[in-house]
Every structure is written in C-alpha cells, then in structure tokens.
Design a binder for this molecule. Sequence first.
Ligand SMILES: Nc1nc2c(ncn2[C@@H]2O[C@H](COP(=O)(O)OP(=O)(O)OP(=O)(O)O)[C@@H](O)[C@H]2O)c(=O)[nH]1
Length: 373
Amino acid sequence: MTSAVDTETLIADNQQLRAELQDLLQQAHINQSIIERHQAFDLKLIGASEFRELIDAMLSTMPGVFNLETVTLSLIDDDYAIQRILRDLQIGLNEFPNLLFLKRPIHFPDEGGRALAQEKPRLGEYATALHQPLFPGYQPVSVAVLPLVRQHRLLGYLALGSAYRERFTRTLATDFIQRLATVAAICLENVINNERLKHIGLTDPLTGVNNRRYIEQRMHEEVARGQRERSALSCLFIDIDHFKRVNDQYGHQSGDDVLREVAARIKKELRLSDALGRFGGEEFVVLLTHATREDAARIAERIRAGISSRGIMIEGSRDPLKITASIGTASLMPPDRSRTAEEVKQAMLKAADQALYQAKESGRNRVVLSAAY
Ligand SMILES: Nc1nc2c(ncn2[C@@H]2O[C@H](COP(=O)(O)OP(=O)(O)OP(=O)(O)O)[C@@H](O)[C@H]2O)c(=O)[nH]1
C-alpha cells in the first residue's frame, strides 16, 4: 500500500516534471521563433537584388533581428572602384553611416597562442586598437567580426556589436555566425556584380568615362534637382580640334590613345559630384553641379589649358603631339521652372552645342560661353 508521504512525493515530482516540461516547451517555442526570424532574415538577404536593398537589410534590419546595438559593413575598396560605381549609380553613401570603406584588410593577431585563419569570425571583447575602424560611431562591449570571403577573396567585414560582455565570447560556438558570414558574402558579391553590370551599360569602353546614355539620364535628373532646389547647373561641350588629322596621320589606334588621354585630363579637373561622358566620336560632355556661368567659364578654361599645355605621346611620332580642344558652355541659374526638365535639358544641350560651334568657327582652342538662362 502506498503511504500518504509517498503519494505527496509522487505528486510533487509530477508537478516538478510538468514544470520542467513546460519550461522546455517554452524554450522550444522561443528557439523556433528565433530560427524563423533568422530564416526570414536569410531570405531577405538572398532576395535583395540591389545594393541599397542589401545594405539596408544588413545595417537596418539586422540589429533588430539579432538583438544587437550596432552592425557595420566595411568594404575593402583600395582603388575606389566600388565607391565610384555607387556614386555613378546615384547611391548616396551618406544614406548609410554604417557602411564603411577600407583601403586594406585588418590584420588580426593570433588569439592566446591560437593562430586563427584570417577568414574565421573573431568574437570577444571590444578592443579599441583593433576594432575602432570597424565601429567609428559607437563603442560596443563585445563584438563579432565576420570576414566576408568569396573564392578566397576578402570582400570586407560585417561587424556586430553588443552592449553585453557575455554576448560574444571567444569560446562561443561560431557555426551559426560562420553561416551568416557565408550567406552575407554571397549576397554581397552578387549585388556588387549586378551593380557593376549596370555600370558597364553606362560606361564608354574606350575611355572608361560615362557614355551618352548616362549623361543624358543624369542631366535630366540634375536639371530637375536644380529646378527643385533652385540651384545652378552648367554643362560643357568639349570637342577635340582637327581630330581627323590624328587618325589620318597616325592611325586609329593612336587616335584612341589621344581620346583616352584627353578624357583623363578632363577628369583631373573635375570634382567627384561632376559628371563626364563621351557623347560620341571626339566629343565629351561635362556636367557641373552647383556651378554658375562664371564657375563654368573658369573650369572650362582650366580644362582647355590642361589639354593643350602638354603634348600627348603616341606611337609613330617622335615628338609628343600637340592637341587642343574647343569648348562651349551653357548654364542655368537657377533652372527655369516653367518648362519640363526634359525641355530645359534639350535647350541646354543645344545652347552648349551652338557655343561649341562658335568656338570652332572663331579659331578653335578656346572657350565660348552661351548666355545664362
Ligand atoms: N580613333 C578614333 N577616332 C574616332 C572615334 N570616333 C570618331 N572618330 C573620328 O573622329 C574624327 C572626327 O572628325 P571631324 O568631325 O571631321 O572633326 P575634326 O577633324 O576633329 O575637326 P574639328 O572638330 O572641326 O576641329 C573622324 O575622323 C572620326 O573617324 C574613335 O572612337 N576612335
């Protein structure tokens, strides 16, 4: 026969077991919902087809999903190639303060005698000397630095920062973090390649500057912006003088070399926010944002002098070839709001072209300004 004490013990055990089971079930629910959140986040990363969308998922969505104080993405961009593509595609880098660019990889020291491969995630306490470049705006307590590697090439780092010391410890298992790094690296490579393709479609293959399609598109946007913000805008038509003679005398290949060098000399005189495009043949167009007629005159003169001041070395000629260019300018200050952006753009292109024609007619190697309107 079971005694009253035994029954009480059994009931107590039973209650405890039930409570434990309840805890386990609750934990399983929590784990399930974490897995679901993580899977939804993975899908968001994988589904991002554009740079802006991916960066937004990493920098804005990720902190909420993973309960982090901060997330930064640092891309290795030693030759500014990525920054140039993003700028040309009008992706405003100031939209993303936690998107950073590094000139070279960070060298992580071995950890307590353990030589960790440079592409392994690094977890542990924040150390200013090591992590400061990855967290310029916020100092976390513990961090996870995920190198993003694709085909043995380091693209950059995803850096996760927490306000809690125990969140990222050196002994924590890194399988999940490693997986996140792999997914992030694949997605990043994918969108950068997509943006690069878009960029190629807007670039002149001979000179590497933008093509006519880009300049026409950009000009429309800049005129509309000028109308909205009532800011000045100028454009320059630049045409190499007697270029046919270069081709005829030294061959097409040398003509191409001259085009490349002239493009490089024009580019040297411009700011990052300006745009340069090859409009066709030996004609280039420059867009100068926030530039008045006087600014345009000054910059055009600088470009003219930059092209003619030194000869250009080409094959088949002993001496550097003296090259000059004629320039016509047109300025809107501020752009007329009574016409559409497209109408204003067309009028501006026509005015610059006519000014260029006058520059040619009046002797070449000079700048002619059209009236501002
Ligand atoms: N090498 C090379 N030549 C090109 C290219 N595109 C156009 N051209 C040449 O550019 C020359 C343009 O000649 P024209 O329009 O007569 O003008 P120009 O000789 O520069 O004379 P002005 O403009 O009046 O000073 C032609 O010979 C074209 O064949 C190119 O991509 N490469």
